[in-house]
Design a protein around this ligand. Structure first.
Ligand SMILES: NC(=O)c1ccc[n+]([C@@H]2O[C@H](COP(=O)([O-])OP(=O)(O)OC[C@H]3O[C@@H](n4cnc5c(N)ncnc54)[C@H](OP(=O)(O)O)[C@@H]3O)[C@@H](O)[C@H]2O)c1
Length: 328
């Protein structure tokens, strides 16, 4: 049966469009973002029918949630708003701390609710596992926040299958958000099957490989990707050979490489949340939801991007750990 972008899929108790919108890049992560253009892009996303918006307290240290608050004002009820906590960034030292303590969860949700200007966050994720706090304690507190109506559903990000199972035993987990794209397929071994078995929705972040799988590479000096191993010259040279196959598939189908990359993620029955600062890119990405890849194209893409073959780690050395996936 033909699929379309505006079809809805369940994430636990939530119903979201097959493709969401990732807001992180609107807070100067991958180059400068113009506020008026960002708001116009968010506006167009709602107009297109996207109902699922992803942010986190750490994106722009609150800026991202405040920006999203402006965009959703007056139409919040039609939308599913997801945010995250626990990946703390110290403004002074730029040092990271992973914090899943119950007290901190309570403090963080209140701050996010204020910044977002909402009464409830529909989906609230632990951004990274805190190795010092048992997942049962964090999820237990998130369940209490849900009972109190502060959050609508619980999510986890970048946890392995065993942590997912432990968490789900405490309270149903609505969604697992982890990196998934043609060049990051490691979740296919255990994590994605575990999510499917437990009935947990899977949200694919960086589905365009932070722009690489859309043919975009960093230009500005402050672009965070400049610190990423996969965006160093040698890695780009090696990975571009793989991307050339995706470009050839796109050429044959008369679409862009970004659309082929997204259509591949969508073909896995997961919910990608691509990010962009530009309306033209947003519209092109949304249209990928109407593209049903034939089995031959899928096989060709997967042969070009075997699991684990991408040159360069996902994150710079010293980034918070991401269990179950290739070490950063
Ligand atoms: N849970 C986590 O730990 C985690 C980690 C990372 C991200 N995320 C979430 O996932 C979302 C998406 O991930 P992401 O932003 O890292 O990566 P992404 O969506 O894979 O790629 C975004 C990059 O691709 C470019 N792009 C998008 N569409 C394009 C198109 N059609 N043509 C050319 N370039 C295009 C964007 O540039 P332009 O702005 O120029 O279009 C941007 O630089 C984030 O916004 C965030 O909400 C979560």
């Amino acid at each position: 049966m033909a699929t379309s972008s505006s079809d809805r899929v369940p994430l636990g108790p939530l119903s979201v469009t097959r493709q969401g919108f990732g807001c992180m890049g609107l807070s100067h992560t991958y180059g400068r973002a113009d506020e008026a253009e960002s708001l116009a892009t968010l506006d167009r996303a709602v107009e297109l029918g996207i109902n699922f918006f992803d942010t986190a307290d750490v994106y722009g240290l609150g800026h991202n949630e405040q920006l999203l608050a402006k965009a959703i004002k007056g139409r919040r009820d039609r939308l599913v708003i997801a945010s995250k906590f626990g990946n703390r960034l110290d403004r002074e030292t730029s040092g990271r701390a992973l914090d899943g303590r119950p007290d901190y969860a309570r403090e963080a949700v209140e701050a996010s609710l204020r910044r977002l200007g909402v009464e409830q966050i529909d989906l609230y994720y632990l951004h990274r596992l805190d190795p010092q706090t048992p997942i049962e304690e964090t999820v237990g507190e998130l369940a209490r926040l849900k009972d109190q109506g502060k959050i609508g559903a619980i999510g986890l990000s970048e946890v392995d299958a065993s942590v997912l199972r432990r968490a789900h035993a405490v309270h149903p987990i609505a969604a697992l958000q982890s990196e998934y794209s043609l060049w990051t397929r490691e979740v296919e071994a255990e994590i994605l099957p575990a999510a499917r078995e437990l009935g947990i929705g899977f949200v694919a972040y960086s589905p365009l490989g932070r722009g690489f799988l859309a043919g975009a590479e960093p230009v500005e000096a402050t672009d965070r990707r400049r610190q990423h191993p996969r965006f160093q010259a040698e890695a780009v040279a090696a990975n571009s050979k793989r991307r050339a196959v995706a470009e050839a598939v796109a050429g044959r189908l008369g679409v862009t490489v970004a659309q082929v990359s997204l259509a591949w993620v969508l073909s896995k029955g997961v919910v990608p949340i691509p990010g962009t600062r530009h309306i033209a890119h947003l519209e092109a990405n949304w249209a990928a939801g109407d593209l049903d890849l034939d089995a031959g194209s899928v096989a060709e893409l997967e042969a070009a991007f075997p699991v684990g073959s991408t040159v360069g780690a996902r994150y710079p050395a010293g980034s918070p750990p991401v269990p179950g996936l290739q070490p950063a």
